[in-house]
Design a protein around this ligand. Structure first.
Ligand code: S3P
Length: 165
C-alpha cells in the first residue's frame, strides 16, 4: 500500500485520524511531531524558543523525506507544507487534507493543554486564524483528497478516506 500523508492545520485531528487509519489498514503510522520531539530531545515549543523555527523546519524536512521511504500513514505537523522542498516531495504522493473551520481549529488548539504549540503561545486567536487562512490554499493545492471533518467522528473520517483512496 502506498503511503497516505495527512496534512492540515494544527488541531485538524491529524494525529487521532492517523492512528485510526493505520489500525484500520493494518499499517504503521509515523507521527512526525512525536518523532521530532524524540530527536530534538525537548518539547517543540522549547526548541522553537532556543533554536528558532527555521532549525525546526530543517529537521521536519529531513524527517518527511525519511518517512516517505517506507509505506505508512504519516501525520505531518501543520507547517510541513511551507517548505518548497516538501511541496515538491508531496506533489506526487497520496496527500489527504483534513479540513476544519478556523473557529474549531483555534478552539482545539486552545483546549489542548498537553500539546502546547509554539505558534499558539504568542499569537492571539485572530493571528492563528490569519495564519490558517494564509496556508489554506497550500493545503488545498497539495491535497489529492480533501475531507471536510466538520461534525464527523474520527471513525467517520477514516471511513471517508478509505472509501476514496
Ligand atoms: C506547526 C504545527 C505543529 C508542530 C509545530 C509547528 C505549524 O504540529 O509541528 O508546532 O507550523 O503549524 P500540529 O499540526 O500537529 O499541531
Amino acid at each position: 500500500m502506498e503511503s497516505i500523508v495527512l496534512i492540515g492545520f494544527m488541531g485538524a485531528g491529524k494525529t487521532t485520524v492517523s492512528k485510526e487509519l493505520a489500525a484500520a489498514l493494518n499499517t504503521r503510522v509515523v507521527d512526525m511531531d512525536d518523532v521530532l520531539v524524540e530527536r530534538i530531545g525537548q518539547p517543540i515549543s522549547e526548541y522553537f524558543e532556543e533554536h528558532g523555527e527555521a532549525s525546526f523546519r530543517e529537521h521536519e524536512t529531513n524527517l518527511l523525506k525519511e518517512a516517505l521511504n517506507e509505506d505508512s500513514i504519516i501525520a505531518t505537523g501543520g507547517g510541513v507544507i511551507l517548505q518548497p522542498e516538501n511541496q515538491k516531495e508531496l506533489s506526487d504522493k497520496l496527500v489527504v487534507y483534513l479540513k476544519a473551520h478556523a473557529n474549531i481549529l483555534v478552539q482545539r488548539i486552545r483546549e489542548d493543554k498537553v500539546n502546547i504549540r509554539p505558534l499558539a503561545i504568542k499569537n492571539d486567536d485572530g493571528d492563528l486564524k490569519r495564519l490558517f487562512f494564509s496556508r489554506e490554499k497550500l493545503y488545498e493545492k497539495l491535497a489529492k483528497i480533501t475531507v471536510d471533518t466538520s461534525g464527523k467522528s474520527p471513525q467517520e473520517i477514516v471511513a471517508e478516506i478509505i472509501q476514496q483512496v
